[in-house]
Design a protein around this ligand. Sequence first.
Ligand code: SF4
Length: 388
Amino acid sequence: MSSKQKTYYIHTFGCQSNKSDSERIAGDYEARGYSEAKAWQDCDELVINTCAIRKRAEDKVLGLVQNILKHFRESDKPRPKLILTGCMTHHANERLYELLPDIDEILPINEVGFNQAAVRKDKKHAWIPISVGCNSYCTYCIVPYSRGREKSRDEADIMNEVQRLVDQGYNEITLLGMNVNSWGLEKVGVPMRKMMMEDDNFTREDLPDNQTQYLTSTDTPPFVRLLQNITKFDQIIKIRFMSSNPWDFHDELIEEIGNNKKIDRYVHLPIQSGSNDVLYRMNRGYTVEKYLAVVNKLRALDSDVVIGTDIIVGFPGETNEEFNETVELAKKIDWKVGFVAIYSPRPGTASWRLYKEDEIPHKIKKKRWEILDKIINKDNMSDRPKVI
Ligand code: SF4
């Protein structure tokens, strides 16, 4: 007598990396004979892939778990097994079980293997993770603590996945990583969390400056070589990548984008602020002048290249003058699209630790968001502020 096939459901919060991880978690379930349930109310195992970019993101997870528990308290069906993964696993397990005592299992995000075949909904375009983690320490960001040190995926694994995708009829891919530009390099890695969390006298000067991950001089950056190798597949017609860090945006990568028309003409290059002083407080590892040099080189090579960016307004201590520098830069650069986010303090980050006293009132942050969003996104693609 055959037993009923077990089912899973994955609820994904947050960024594209999480969505890509969820495709692989689904692959793992299907390899074990599970099928996807249509709704979380009907599954045997429910995975919650969490985002921890800000406190509100974690509150949403807590809210979802409360809803799930309430639903099953009032239902005659047994509650599914609850599995938590994603960026919230940066909390120690004890803390997670304190926050969410009903969770049955915690799956550390780094246990979601690169090579697990993904279950993809899209049949033409595929996301391919090429690295995990981040070796930088932007002060507002939780990723270095939630996803750990940067690690590149083997080239052979990536190429095998591209081959499989081509065989299945895919013709567009997006290479994913927190810093795709430094893929394949021997990395600079400085463990930081302990020092920041345990030393009450920790200052911005104690934070290692974000720096290029190019430890050794190489002929051609490995990421450029990877792009060239993927380009050789005739069936692949479009290659995109994200995210790019300006401090690792090598000249040879700029030339490759200029010459290789399979690479999308849209380049997303986060600036975060147009003020060098704010960039220092954010520990972004470049100046406005260096950022401009990259943009100018890209545009000089191909006038069809369009640039988009991410900006945070209301970073602690941001003066009117510093904000106006961002406004002036926006007018000068003319980004095609800008994801403008309102800063909010995120427990566990360096900026939360260092700049508690320098919070900007929400009213001012909101006003700044409106001004900048209007300048950059003239056609009003986004209609409400995103909070980071
Ligand atoms: S580069 Fe900065 S913003 Fe991006 S993931 Fe790393 S620490 Fe966060």
